[in-house]
Write a protein that binds this ligand. Structure first.
Ligand code: KDG
Ligand code: FE2
Length: 356
């Protein structure tokens, strides 16, 4: 397992040198955030990002994300240009020797929460999702904007998008996404790039938009769309863990045994009701996810890929990008690495005893 940390570039208040000082930290997860969604990333910009990161003694381990343009997800004729641009970005990433790309196929909005600063008993704050609040929200006129959301929409564009999506049913959506997979994965195979699709967050439809990647059966269907080494997933314990029906350790063993887990987000959530949860500290007892079980399952599949501690609470008075402060993500990273060290060492000792 390669311990990694997300960095949002030069504007990120969390500096690369701080990340470098987290014990065990090896890699950075980042992206180019100021190129409009759907436009190709130049080799020059990718190389500059990579060299900046390497200049701090870290590796550019994962690009998260190369976003998928809405016209691709909607299956509009204009998708061809955006698919060509996606391919050009992948070619440039391969030339820069970056070989893992995270992306997601959530329509219009990326991950969604109902509140970004919910106070916990210890006076830290966290991100929560309350079904009854979100179902009352109007995402078009509402004020809530989250990291990862494309906020570049001009007047009327969001309304048009919603009208276009409302003409699609879930099967139509599958057809459009399958087209994207059929276009991209053969090239990713050829380039040696592993594509890691991130689960929907939350893992159920919101705002009347189709969300298709929240359950194991949906991932089985999605991963069956292309049988090649590139086509895999980002296993996000927080996103998938907010649905208590998801058997996370079992999913890791079943999907991971086929080599289809290319990236891991390890964070904890506490399920607080139907389609409702709060993000918690990574420690198992704080939430609904048994993080030790997760690391055991990853050890079972001999997982060797990148892992990041995903989101954290805001603690010790820190302010910043919701979910992406330094302190709690660093605490989570060190905790996860400690679990990994213990699990892998015990496994080796068990194997040594068994082989006597
Ligand atoms: O929602 C999550 O668990 C995320 O990891 C959000 C990410 O920032 C991203 O939107 C998914 O690629
Ligand atoms: Fe995640």
């Amino acid at each position: 397992m390669e311990l990694t940390f997300r960095w949002y570039g030069e504007e990120d208040p969390v500096k690369l040198e701080y990340i470098r000082q987290i014990p065990g930290m090896k890699g950075i997860v980042s992206a180019i955030y100021d190129v409009p969604v759907g436009e190709a990333w130049s080799l020059e910009r990718i190389t500059k990002l990579k060299h900046t990161i390497e200049g701090h003694g870290l590796k550019l381990s994962v690009i998260e994300s190369v976003p998928v343009h809405e016209h691709i997800k909607l299956g509009l004729p204009t998708r061809e240009r955006y698919i060509d641009n996606y391919k050009e970005t992948l070619r440039n990433l391969a030339q820069a020797e970056v070989d893992i790309v995270c992306y997601n196929v959530m329509p219009v909005f990326d991950w969604t929460r109902s509140r970004l600063d919910f106070p916990l008993a210890d006076r830290s704050t966290t991100l929560i999702y309350e079904d009854e609040v979100v179902t009352q929200m109007d995402p078009v006129t509402g004020k809530l904007r989250l990291p990862g959301w494309d906020t570049s929409y001009k007047d009327g564009e969001l309304e048009l998008l919603f009208a276009q999506y409302h003409e699609l049913n879930e099967e139509d959506y599958w057809v459009n996404i399958a087209y994207f997979v059929g276009e991209i994965m053969p090239l990713a195979d050829e380039l040696g790039i592993r594509m890691a699709v991130h689960p929907d967050d939350p893992p159920w439809p919101i705002f009347g938009l189709p969300r298709i990647l929240g359950k194991e059966a949906q991932f089985e269907r999605y991963l069956a769309l292309h049988d090649g080494p590139s086509h895999g997933m980002c296993f996000c314990t927080g996103s998938l863990g907010s649905d208590p029906d998801n058997d996370l350790p079992g999913m890791i063993r079943r999907i991971g045994s086929e080599g289809r887990i290319h990236f891991v987000h390890a964070r904890n959530v506490k399920v607080t009701g139907h389609h409702s949860f709060m993000e918690t500290a990574h420690l198992s007892e704080e939430g609904s996810v048994d993080m030790a079980e997760i690391m055991c399952a990853l050890s079972d599949i001999r997982y060797e890929g990148p892992l990041r501690s995903d989101h954290g609470r805001m603690i010790w008075g820190e302010t910043g990008r919701p979910g992406y402060g330094l302190y709690d993500r660093a605490l989570g990273a060190v905790y996860l690495n400690g679990l990994w060290e213990a699990v892998t060492k015990c496994r080796k000792q068990e194997a040594a005893v068994a082989s006597r």
